[in-house]
Design a protein around this ligand. Sequence first.
Ligand code: HEM
Length: 719
Amino acid sequence: MPDIPIVGSYFSTSGPLGIWTPAVAISLNIIAAWIIVALIRAIAYLRAPKYDLFKLPSPANSGLILGHAKALLTRPDYHRLLLECARECGSIFRLRLLHRHVAVIMDPAAAAHVLSVVPGRPHSYGHVDEVLGGRGVHSMFGTSDEVHWRAVRKATAPAFAMANVRRYFRGVLTAAGELLSRLEADMKGQEGGEGEAEAGSDPRVGGAVKVEMEPLLQRMMLRATLEGLLEVPDATRVPGFDTLAPSIVLLMAEANAQITDPLRALWYRTPLAPLCSKHVASCRRALREVTDFHTRTAAAILARPDPAPTNTLLWACLHRLRDWRGGSSAGASGGEGGRLSPQQLHPEVGMYTTAGFDTTASTLGWCLYAVALHPGHQRALLQELRQYGIFPPECVVTAVRKKNKNKNKENNEKKKNNSESCSHGGKAEDPETKRDTEAEAVEEEETEEAAGRAVELELDAGRCPGPEELARLPLLNAFVWEVMRLFPTAGVSAERLSPTQPVRLPSGLTLPPGVSLWTPMYGLHASDLNWQHAEEFRPERWLEDPHCAFARTLPDNNNNTSTSSSTAAAAAAAAPDVSGCAAAAAAAAAGGGGGGAAGGFENTQRGGGAAHAEEGGAARRFMPFGEGPKNCVGQNFGIAVVRAVFALLLRRYYIALHPNMMGELLQGAEGAAEGAAGEGGEEGGCLVSCLATRTAALTQVAVATKLRRLRLVLSRRQE
Ligand code: HEM
C-alpha cells in the first residue's frame, strides 16, 4: 500500500510539490467546486421547464467572460449600440452581461405588453432610489414592495389631473420669470466683459451672447416643482436650494455609473472610499444635503393644516398619505395605518422633487438643440406663436426692485400692488393704469440698465397662455413630439423584472423568471423596424398622421403608408420640408388631422392602454413617458412645462448653437451636418445618420439621456 499523505499536508509547503503545494491544491479545489456547481446547474436546467430565452438571437460582439458587457461599457453612446444590435438581430434580442441574461425589447407590441404586465423594476434602480430617499430607504419609484407602490401611486395620481396642472402653472411662470432674469443678467454681464464661461474666449458671437443652458433649465424646473407642485413659498430662499440641483445631478451621474459598473458600487460603499476619493467625499456630502432638504420639505408639508378632502394638489395628497406597512390593500389615502413621520414621507417627497426636474429640463434642452439645428422650423414655430398670440412681449414685466425701497418706497409699493393684481390674473385692470405701469416698468428697467444692475423679470400670468391653450398649437406640439421621439430623455431607463413568474411575449415566446426585460425608448423610437425614415427629424409626421404614435403606419411592400389618408395629410406630404411643416400645421388646424399632434396622443396616453382600439389594436410605438401602470405619473405637468418654457424662449430669443458646440457636432462629419444645420435642412440618408451619430457622441446616456453640455447663442428678437 502506498503511503497516503494526510489532507492537511496538501496545504502546507511540506506537501509533495514543495512550495507550490498550497497553490496547486487551492486551484484544484476551486476547479472541483466550480465543476460541482456547474453540474448542479446543468441538472437544474435539464429538470426546469423549458423557456425560449435561448431562441432569441444574440449579437455577435460577445466576449467569452464579460459577454456583451464589455461592448456596452466601452461605448458611451450605448443607446446607439442597441440600435445596431437590432439591425443585426431584429427587434427582440438577448444580451449576456457576465452570467446574467437580458432580453432587449424594441418591438412596440412586446414592449407595451412587458411594461403593462410585469410589475417589478430591477434592483439597479436602488442606486437611483438612494438619491431620492437616502441610503436603504425606498420611494414608490424604487421599491420592490408592490403594496407600497400601489399605495403611493393611488394616493398621488389625482394630483396630476389637468385642473391641478393649471394651478401649478403659477409656480412654473414664476420660475420661468427667474430663468429670463438670469439669461438677461448673463447677457448683460457678458456684454460688460464679465461672466465668461471659458477664460480667454470671446463671449460675444456676432452680437449675441452664449449661454450654458442645462444648469439654468434644471434650476427653473426645480423651482417650478417646489413652488408649483408642493406650494413651497419662494423656494429660492429655502436654505440649500441653490446647491440642490447640482447636487442631485452629481448624485444621479454617480448612480448611473454604479448601475453600469458593479465594482464601482462596491468601492463606493466602503468606509475608505470618501477618504481616498474627493469625488466620493463630495457625493456623500451632496447626499446628506439632499436628504436633509427633502426631510425638511416633508416636515413643512406635514406641518400644514389638514387639507380639505376635495384638495388634490400634490402636497395635499402627500399630507394625507397613511402608513401602508402591514396592510395588504391601499385605502383612499394610499394606506390604512397611521400618519407618516417626515422621515417616512421624505422618500416620496424626494422622488417627486427629483423625478420631474432632470427629465423635463433635459427634454427642454433637446427642444432647444433641435430648434437651433433647424432654423427653418424655428421660423415656422415663431410664426405660429405670433399668429396665436402666445407669450406676447407685454407678458414679460419688470419686477419691483426691493433694493431701492428706501429711496422710493411709496412709488415701489404702488407698482408692486399693480403688478401683483395682474400677475394673479384676478382683478380686471384699468387699461390706462396698465399702460402707466408698463411705462414705469420700462423706465425702471432702463434706469437699472444704466446703473449696470441686473433687471428682474416676471411673467404676467394674465397675459400668458395656459396649459390647454399650448396643447392646441399644432406645430409646437408636432415639434415637441418629434423631439421626444428622437431624443427621449428616458432613452435607456425603462426596465422590468419578473422575479418569480415567467413572461409570455405576444409573439408566443416565454421568458424565464429573473431575466431583465429592457425596453429602451431610444431603440423603440429610432429603429427603422418601427418607423419610416426613423432617424430623420420630421415634425410633419405628427401632422400628417393623427395616429402617428401607433405602429400601424409602417410602409407596405410598395412603400406606401397604410394610413387612412386625409386631405390634410396629402397636402402636407406634397409640400417641401419646412414650408411643408407650416402647410401641414395649417391643414391640421383647419380640421384635417387637428387632434393628431396635440390631442391624439394625450387622449390615448391617458387611456393607459398599450394598444389603440380605433386602430384595431395597433401597438404604441411612441412612449416617451413609458407605458402601463408604472408609466410617468407626472406627464401632464412635465409636458405642460416643456411646451410653455420652450414657447416662451422661442418667442423672446433667436436660438442658435454656440460655434464651439457646432464645431464638436461637425467633427468628422463636416459636409454632412452642415446641410442639416442650414436653411430648410434637406436631409439625405447619409446626412441624417451622420447627424444622429454625431449627436450621440455629444450625448450623456444615463438615467436621463441628455446632451453633455448644451451651449447656445441667444439673441433677443426684435418684435
Ligand atoms: C418631459 C418630462 C418627463 C419625462 C420624459 C418622463 C419620463 C418618465 C418615464 C419614461 C417613466 C417610466 C419609467 C419606467 O417605466 O420605469 C417615468 C416615471 C415617473 N415619472 Fe416621469 N417623466 C417626466 C416628467 C415627470 C414629472 C414632471 C414628474 C413629477 C413631478 C414625474 C414623475 C414620475 C414618477 C413619480 C414616475 C414613477 C411612476 C411609478 O413608478 O408609478 N415625471 N417618467
